[in-house]
Design a protein around this ligand. Sequence first.
Ligand SMILES: Cc1cc2nc3c(=O)[nH]c(=O)nc-3n(C[C@H](O)[C@H](O)[C@H](O)COP(=O)(O)OP(=O)(O)OC[C@H]3O[C@@H](n4cnc5c(N)ncnc54)[C@H](O)[C@@H]3O)c2cc1C
Length: 481
Amino acid sequence: MASAPTFCPNPSPCTNRIVSSSRRRFTSFAFESGRTLFGSGVPSRNFFSLSTRVNRTGPVPISASSHTFDVVIVGAGIIGLTIARQFLIGSDLSVAVVDKAVPCSGATGAGQGYIWMVHKTPGSEKWELAMRSRKLWEMLAESIHDQGLNPAEVMGWKKRGSLLVGRTPEESDLLKRRVQQLSEAGLRAEYMYSHDLLQEEPALTVGEDGGAAFLPDDSQLDAQRTVAFLEKGNRLFASKGRYAEFYHDPVTSLLRSGSHGEVKGLQTSKNTLYSNKAIIVAAGCWSGSLMHELFKESDILLDVPVKPRKGHLLVLENFNALQLNHGLMEVGYIKHQTILASEQLDHGQALSVSMGATMDTLGNLILGSSRQFAGFSSEVDEPVVAQIWKRAAEFLPKLREFPLSDFGRSRKVRIGLRPYMPDGKPMIGPVPGMTNVFLATGHEGEGLSLALGTAEMVADMVLGNPGRVDSAPFAVEGRGC
Ligand SMILES: Cc1cc2nc3c(=O)[nH]c(=O)nc-3n(C[C@H](O)[C@H](O)[C@H](O)COP(=O)(O)OP(=O)(O)OC[C@H]3O[C@@H](n4cnc5c(N)ncnc54)[C@H](O)[C@@H]3O)c2cc1C
């Protein structure tokens, strides 16, 4: 097998590999976890051993074998990769990330990239996690800037500000109340009447009764570039012997000392991965079926009701017929979330489309988005794409001048399966009855925005640190909705 480059741009397929900068060939070697960039600096007593082939160019295809790490993470989406990063920079533990495919092959690759607060509700159970996560994203962007790099180039990061827009008097009233709530919660927020909106966002039409909640400090990122950046950062620890990736290598079973015993590790299709400290399942919408499979022959009864919620996003490359100064979202998006929490949700294919429009730092217009329950299908559904276009054109009249068919190859459709939880909250915490198996899943349409806070929460739990945010609302126990 040919060796792959150290930095693997997404979403191109990567080989199953261990990332290592070792230059020896056909070596069997052991690493000791040492000092870290931001860790305690105390040499660790944790050792892990690798038996593998190494060649000169870095990342290496490996043969089936067994490996031991402190932490093994299942899933290389935004949640798994940020958790890996958190252990790497915040401890001296060794980390392996295993994925059945590659990063960005799940929901993460489709994400629109807003990490906004405008549609989040102060005082809700997710609020503190969202606020903490937003702060961590801002700190990350600042640290990139402090290193002399441009966060816009590195992560597609931009503090564009967001507009949550409504077109009816009822929606405008709701938005005014939301502005008040957000202001009271300490965020800069302003209600804009339609004539002011025209100045602020000339391409947007909301009608005379309409208006918007404006949050000037909201930011966006590019999910694929951010993932590439995270991977690159994680791989810096490979040379210290603290990081490895196993891609195209689905997890198939748990390794336990007897059916009632402690979980020792994971079996994948190609490797046996032992864990000294913790196994974290961050497998997005596949987490439910995977946990069912992993625990089916055990004494543990576990229902992880996470389900795939399919979303389409329409991307028009280098679109210059209109400019957007801010990220836009229609207030109907919140209704999605209200429906989310409802017990009476129709689990059929019921399709909903709400307008979301962002312009990324490369000048692509990104229009979203749809929500439907369609199993694990990730086929493009053209009528859904047409509905996204139609809905966007109701708010951005300039689009009506262009038939969708005109865009040809400059048009891309991204599909992602959001990890949906019936009660609208992610599941973050230890599996009941297990001290070393953790779940981090169910972030539905907020996984990008909540990722860094989730990663910090998981790492604090595993390391026994006091949490920054109350994790009780996200506990696994009692969530089999
Ligand atoms: C259209 C769309 C727009 C969105 N926009 C936004 C947005 O603007 N802002 C925001 O915050 N969020 C947004 N989201 C939501 C966000 O993308 C998700 O919440 C987030 O990506 C979930 O990340 P994850 O890591 O949990 O899951 P995923 O990205 O799906 O990753 C899970 C990984 O687990 C792997 N896996 C599964 N089974 C196994 C197995 N057996 N063995 C090994 N690996 C396995 C998969 O291959 C996959 O790579 C959007 C989602 C969609 C679909």
